[in-house]
Design a protein around this ligand. Structure first.
Ligand SMILES: CCCCC/C=C\C/C=C\C/C=C\C/C=C\CCCC(=O)SCCNC(=O)CCNC(=O)[C@H](O)C(C)(C)COP(=O)(O)OP(=O)(O)OC[C@H]1O[C@@H](n2cnc3c(N)ncnc32)[C@H](O)[C@@H]1OP(=O)(O)O
Length: 208
């Protein structure tokens, strides 16, 4: 199965916005949380040869089980959901959305060891990915506008720590036709760790 079976971004996004939280999808969210826990553990340990053999066999078995059930993107739960706990995804630490208004968002997150760059600091690419997700959510607004990132500039002002609460603020600075200029800040307590400014373009029908 490929991820490109459905090329109209607006139609795909609108279809995927209809997502019912059920006991089954809550179990899926819990499984993703377990994957995050696993990712954090796997980067911290040097397992013994026996443990490695056991792990590799188990992982290969789980991979084969999932590959036998692969679905086209339009049908997958991955990347869907929303609300306070954010989307069902693994590319960033889980973002918790506290206040979502049409021109301002306040969220927070805590990144585990998996997202390490070096010497206790978060990897810079992850900081930028957090901003892409946060500012993309800001551009979507309360109406779920379908937008893509045209540019995203990140400035790193202080190291972003792992395993600590980080506060995220996003704002819409201006809107011109399909263009939304948005900014973001990532704080650790009173320390401003990183800032971003980005342009998001609202998609036209038929665009991928
Ligand atoms: C399905 C996709 C959407 C996903 C979101 C889905 C649902 C929304 C619901 C909730 C959202 C929640 C969370 C969102 C989470 C993450 C969001 C991540 C989004 C991404 O991570 S997405 C991947 C990275 N992203 C790309 O893969 C884009 C590649 N690219 C293109 O697909 C085209 O490039 C496009 C479509 C951007 C524009 O193309 P186009 O043909 O439609 O428009 P055009 O070029 O005419 O530009 C129109 C006006 O923008 C100006 N303009 C354009 N680019 C500029 C630039 N760089 N600098 C300065 N100005 C620029 C022009 O100068 C003109 O300005 P003017 O109107 O003044 O003339």
């Amino acid at each position: 199965m490929t991820s490109v079976d459905f090329v109209d971004a607006i139609a795909l996004a609108k279809h995927r916005q209809n997502f019912e939280e059920t006991e089954h999808t809550r179990a899926y969210r819990e499984m993703l949380a377990a994957v995050r826990g696993f990712q954090n553990a796997v980067v911290q340990a040097n397992p013994s040869p026996e443990q490695l053999e056991q792990m590799t066999t188990s992982l290969q078995q789980m991979q084969a089980m999932l590959e036998a059930q692969a679905l086209p993107e339009v049908e997958r739960w991955y990347g869907r959901g929303g609300g306070r706990d954010g989307k069902l995804q693994l590319v960033t630490p889980q973002l918790i959305f506290e206040e979502v208004e049409d021109d301002r968002i306040h969220a927070h997150t805590t990144a585990g060891e998996f997202y390490i760059g070096m010497n206790g600091a978060m990897h810079g690419g992850i900081v930028a990915t957090i901003f892409d997700a946060l500012l993309g959510r800001m551009a979507a607004g309360t109406q779920g506008r379908v937008c893509r990132t045209a540019y995203l500039t990140t400035e790193y002002k202080a190291i972003t720590p792992l395993n600590q609460r980080l506060d995220l603020v996003a704002k819409v600075e201006s809107v011109e036709r399909r263009k939304r200029f948005v900014t973001g800040q990532l704080w650790h307590g009173d320390t401003l760790c990183a800032t971003a400014d980005a342009l998001f373009i609202e998609m036209l029908p038929g665009q991928q």
